[in-house]
Design a protein around this ligand. Structure first.
Ligand code: KDG
Length: 313
């Protein structure tokens, strides 16, 4: 039995070693990436038993990612190798000024884009206490969206706690309308929906954190967390609302992965029975760590590192 299960696409990222346009960068550092994999890695480092499900190509990138799964102690029993498709790849520019980097994907027709309801193993998914879904998995293809619906419906039917991070990637969708419609359909099954402010605006058509939260509560969602970057996180349930301040960060190296770090902190807090406010405070803390490193997951702390940080606060 798992504490948490999730599914999505893992990719290899080549993160630029120098600032400037990607076309001019000569040297890159290779890392494992993929929003759901980042969340899985972070939770595993905190000592949770985590299952991650996906499809990888039978290529060097796929083998590199399998090694990562092993090093990070993730359950890969449901990871399929597809010899007919490549593993996804992306390039990421380096910005030392806190702005979002330029990203170029090479993932169309990847092995993970073939995820489908055939990958839904009810016993595997339902053996977990918590199910985490991000909006990137459903963006990969129609069949990967259908898989997200199976997982979300299954989680609701089994009474599992489900978090949903919309993680908007408009460039992966056919249209904005379809992205909004499909992601809100999945969100409606969640206990917690956790968009960034701009994402919440796009998905709900509302403006303020309170209005966005009300939109989701109206869909039947249990609670809403809106990530406000340096302003922290707004938390709303039927019981009330509050804003939890961010971790002060002096030097932002790479904003990619902040939301995944937040998810790690927030989900780990929920699993430990913390209040939503305490879980969001931990989310802010780990999100703040993730933006101080170039890769997506090397900032994610071990349990001992997190304990030391929380003791010092
Ligand atoms: O959240 C971090 C992700 O953006 C990154 O790891 C790559 O999954 C990824 C994506 O599709 O952007």
């Amino acid at each position: 039995a798992f504490d948490v299960v999730t599914y999505g696409e893992a990719m290899v990222v080549f993160a630029a070693d120098q600032t400037g346009p990607l076309s001019q960068v000569e040297h890159f550092t290779k890392r494992a990436a993929g929003a759901e994999l980042n969340v899985a890695i972070g939770l595993s480092r905190l000592g949770f038993h985590v299952g991650w499900r996906s499809r990888l190509g039978d290529d060097s990138f796929g083998r590199f990612l399998r090694d990562t799964l092993q090093t990070e102690r993730l359950d890969a029993s449901g990871v399929v190798t597809d010899p007919s498709r490549p593993t996804g790849l992306y390039l990421k520019s380096r910005c030392d000024d806190g702005s979002d980097p330029q990203v170029e994907y090479y993932r169309r027709y990847s092995a993970a884009s073939q995820l489908s309801p055939a990958d839904y193993d009810p016993a595997w998914f339902r053996s977990a206490r918590h199910v985490h879904i991000s909006g990137i998995g459903p963006a990969l293809s129609d069949s990967a969206y259908e898989l997200a619906l199976c997982i979300a419906e299954g989680a609701r039917a089994a009474g599992q706690c489900m978090t949903f991070d919309p993680n908007l990637r408009p460039q992966l969708w056919r249209s904005r309308e379809e992205m909004v419609e499909r992601l809100n359909r999945i969100a409606a099954f969640a206990d917690w929906v956790m968009p960034g402010l701009a994402e919440g605006r796009m998905l709900s058509g509302r403006d303020t954190p309170r209005e966005i939260a009300e939109f989701y509560l109206g869909l039947g969602v249990g609670g809403v967390v809106i990530k406000l970057g340096a302003q922290g996180a707004y938390v709303r349930t039927a019981q009330g609302e509050l804003t939890v301040p961010a971790l002060p960060v002096a030097c932002v190296i790479d904003t990619v992965g902040a939301g995944d770090g937040f998810a790690v902190g927030f989900i780990s807090g929920l699993l430990e029975g913390s209040t939503p406010a305490a879980a969001a405070a931990r989310g802010n803390c780990i999100g703040g760590l993730a933006i101080q490193v170039i890769g997506d997951s090397e900032g994610l702390p071990t349990r001992a590192q997190l304990d030391a940080l929380e003791a010092g606060r």
